[in-house]
Every structure is written in C-alpha cells, then in structure tokens.
Design a binder for this molecule. Structure first.
Ligand SMILES: Cc1cc2nc3c(=O)[nH]c(=O)nc-3n(C[C@H](O)[C@H](O)[C@H](O)COP(=O)(O)OP(=O)(O)OC[C@H]3O[C@@H](n4cnc5c(N)ncnc54)[C@H](O)[C@@H]3O)c2cc1C
Length: 285
C-alpha cells in the first residue's frame, strides 16, 4: 500500500505594503525613479537595503478600479485565493534603491524597456497619487566589509541593487564596478569609494556573441590571488550563465564568494522567467 506524501509546509506570507506614488523622475532615457510613500510604516520593519526587494502587484483594472472607488485597499492574499485564473494578480520584483525612514519613503528605479509588460510601462506613466501594493521585503545578501577586492557587475535592471551595494561598502573598499546600459546617454552619476573604479559598458558597442558586461568582467583588473575577492553580479540570465564560467571555471572562485543572480531573461516575461528557474535552462548556479 502506498501512502500519500504530506503536503510541503506553506511558505510564510510576505506582508503587504500599501504604497502611494509621491513623485517620479527620469534618471536617463532608459530609467525612471518612482518615489513611493508607505501608508502604514509602523507595520513594516527590516526594509533597509542593500539588495532588498519587493514584489510589486499589478491587478486587473476591472478588479482594482471598483475596490479603489469604494475607498478599499486591495488585499493581495484574498484576491489571489478568490480570483479566477485570467484575473490573478501579476507580480514583478523591484529593488528598494533607497529607504528614507524619516519620510517613510521608498525609492525604486525602473528600466523603461518599451510598451510590453507591467512594471516598466507602469513606472513610465506613474504620477503622484497613484496607488500600488507590494509584498515584501525580501533579500538577505550584503557585502563583506573586509573583502580584499570587490567586483560589482550589473545591467540596467540590477543597477539599483548594484548601487545600493556600492553605497554599503566601506570608504577603503577596493575593486571595480562594471555597469552595462544601451548607450552613453544612459550613464548615471555614481559616487564611489576612491578605490572602486567605475566602468560603463554599452550594448551598442558589443558584438553579437559576448555581452558587453561579460567581456568587461573578463577584462577587469583581477588580483592574482582571489581568496579574499567578493563578487556581486546580477542581470540578464544568459549573461549570468556566461559569468558563471568566468567566475568559477576561469577565476576559480568558490561559490560562496559570489552573489550571482539572473534578474530577467530576454524575450521572457517575469512569469515565464521565474517558472523556468526550476528547469535546467533557468539555472544559474
Ligand atoms: C531580486 C530582483 C530585483 C530586481 N530589481 C529591479 C529593479 O530595481 N529595477 C528594474 O527595472 N528591474 C528589476 N528587476 C528585474 C525585473 O523584475 C524584470 O525586468 C521584469 O521582467 C520587469 O517586468 P515588466 O513587467 O516590466 O516586464 P515583463 O512583463 O516581465 O516582460 C515583458 C518583456 O520585456 C522584457 N524585459 C523585461 N525586463 C527587461 C529589461 N530590464 N530590459 C529589456 N527588456 C526587458 C522581457 O524579456 C519581455 O520580453 C529585478 C529582478 C529581481 C529578481
């Protein structure tokens, strides 16, 4: 006789943050910053970056509109349990670029990547007074202040997290920062410790075979001994797979020395990208 395996324990439910847009600013042609106030800040703790993220929730307007019109705040978990498949909430990961506790304010920087999707188009249109809900925060990684040499590598989607990590390094940190964007028009002003050299690389200059970010990481000024190196490399999935070879095969780093993470995948919505994380195509480490 076969026995039915017990159900896996339910994942703890992330708290819901109720947010209101305070302002938005174009940082570059491809990036917009949205500043959001938290409605009930006393309910939330442990928001501080670096590498903290939330899941923004996008609701079907036919669901959200009537709720908001009645002055009600949508409840994610209730809607998730009750709405039919076609109206299920859609979630998108976004980094908390900065938390300003005295103003109960979050900053999020969004890549504006065209009309497709939810997060990018929402941010491009965001106006003061717009409401949105989020789940979180999540994220645990923080840099080791005693590392001998630090490499930070990111494309646009991971630049908010990369810059939060850079800000968390001590003033005597030493290493390199490689940031990939479309063109020089997308370069941002990045204050950094004197020992952290910042390099911008451009997709417009890259050849078809090797992403600009991957090439630049390979050409960085790596120290000969890599025992006290730490790496934060986040971005497009295929680029991260190529970096896996660079970091662990060519440079011989231990897995524990690197935070290597795919943030999105070209030609995939986040839903498809997240679903593929369970398959060989979606695995980075
Ligand atoms: C932990 C974590 C933190 C993240 N932080 C941020 C952040 O701070 N800012 C940010 O902008 N993104 C961030 N991302 C990435 C973001 O979640 C994805 O890019 C997401 O796909 C964007 O959702 P969307 O609704 O705009 O597009 P989707 O509906 O997911 O995708 C629509 C189309 O746009 C393409 N696309 C998606 N993202 C990009 C992109 N960056 N460049 C070019 N094409 C794209 C997709 O491949 C797809 O073809 C983070 C991801 C993770 C896992």
């Amino acid at each position: 006789m076969t026995s039915t395996p017990p159900n896996p324990p339910a994942r703890p439910r992330r708290p819901q943050l109720n947010l209101t847009v305070r302002s938005s600013h174009e940082l570059s042609p491809s990036m917009v910053r949205v500043v959001l106030g938290i409605d009930e800040p006393e309910r939330y703790e442990d928001i501080a970056p670096p590498e903290k993220y939330v899941k923004l929730v996008f609701l079907d307007p036919s669901v959200e509109g009537p709720l908001r019109a009645r002055g009600e705040t949508p409840d994610y978990w209730e809607l998730k349990e009750t709405l039919p498949g076609a109206q299920q909430p859609v979630t998108r990961h976004l980094t908390i670029r900065r938390w300003v506790p005295e103003r109960h304010e979050l900053w999020m920087d969004f890549v504006v990547h065209g009309d497709e999707g939810f997060a990018g188009p929402w941010a491009a249109r965001a106006e003061p007074g717009d409401r949105i809900i989020a789940l979180g925060p999540g994220g645990k990684w923080s840099p080791d202040p005693d590392a001998g040499w630090t490499l930070i590598a990111a494309d646009d989607a991971a630049i908010p997290a990369a810059l939060a990590v850079l800000e968390a390094l001590p003033a005597n940190a030493c290493g390199e920062v490689v940031l990939e964007v479309d063109s020089p028009r997308d370069v941002l002003d990045v204050p950094a410790p004197a020992g952290m050299a910042v390099h911008w690389v451009f997709r417009q200059d890259a050849d078809d075979d090797v992403p600009a970010l991957v090439r630049a990481v390979g050409e960085a000024g790596w120290p000969e001994a890599t025992e006290d190196v730490q790496v934060f490399a986040h971005g497009e999935r295929e680029a991260m797979k190529a970096l896996r070879r660079e970091l662990f095969t060519r440079r011989g780093l231990e897995r524990s020395q690197a935070s290597l993470s795919g943030y999105w995948a070209r030609g995939r919505t986040e839903d498809a990208f997240q679903a593929e994380k369970k398959l060989p195509i979606g695995q980075i480490l």
